[in-house]
Design a protein. Structure first.
Ligand code: 5GP
Ligand code: MG
Length: 187
């Protein structure tokens, strides 16, 4: 793996994003909706930098099936969302093809949200297949599979405090003793 963004760079990026969001949002109450599982680290860092009155909802969306290729998008936990008249900030880890964010934005508009905006930590340049606006973007990346700071490979590596790109030799089924996982203990 190759480190792309270290802890300090990530911190500066989230500081910058929080400042942008605060300026753009004003004092409207926010309903932040985080997309599990990848948003956990990002959202935890982001909310502590915002002074906007906010409530938090979490929904689960997954399109990867333990590997790095897309499957159908499956959603869980969005049935009871009360969004009528609410100003929504949808928070995801990474904007890749755009299917996840486009699908969710649609649902939130249909659920009666007054506005729906989107914040992502990362955006892969040149990978979008559907038109979707990301209003707040932390960092842009070329097309590569990244892990750490909440993002997984086979449900592992989310706890790396930095963001790393997988290298060709890294893609394999991970078992407990795998050196890639040992990386988490060595840091
Ligand atoms: P999209 O629907 O935009 O293609 O994909 C968005 C979702 O795919 C993200 O929320 C994330 O869960 C997953 N994803 C896309 N690219 C990557 C990547 O490079 N690494 C990891 N770990 N997940 C990714
Ligand atoms: Mg995700």
């Amino acid at each position: 793996m190759k480190v792309l963004l270290n802890e300090q760079q990530l911190k500066q990026g989230v500081d910058r994003l929080a400042a942008e969001i605060s300026t753009a949002w004003g004092r409207r109450p926010m309903t932040m909706i985080g997309v599990l599982n990848g948003c956990i680290v990002f959202i935890a860092d982001l909310i502590r930098r915002l002074e906007i009155p906010l409530r938090i909802e979490l929904i689960q969306a997954s399109s990867y099936r333990g590997q790095t290729t897309r499957g159908p998008l499956s959603l869980a936990g969005d049935r009871q969302l009360e969004l009528v008249g609410r100003h929504v900030l949808l928070v995801d880890d990474i904007l890749d093809t755009g299917h996840t964010l486009a699908t969710l934005q649609n649902r939130f508009w249909k659920a009666g949200a007054a506005s729906v905006r989107t914040a992502v930590l990362l955006r892969k340049v040149g990978c979008q297949q559907v038109q979707v606006a990301a209003d707040f973007v932390g960092f842009e990346l070329p097309d590569q599979f990244v892990v750490g700071y909440g993002l997984d490979y086979q449900d592992q590596l989310r706890n790396l405090p930095y963001l790393a790109a997988m290298e060709p030799g890294d893609f394999r089924p991970l078992s407990d003793g795998d050196p890639l996982i040992a990386e988490q203990e060595r840091r």
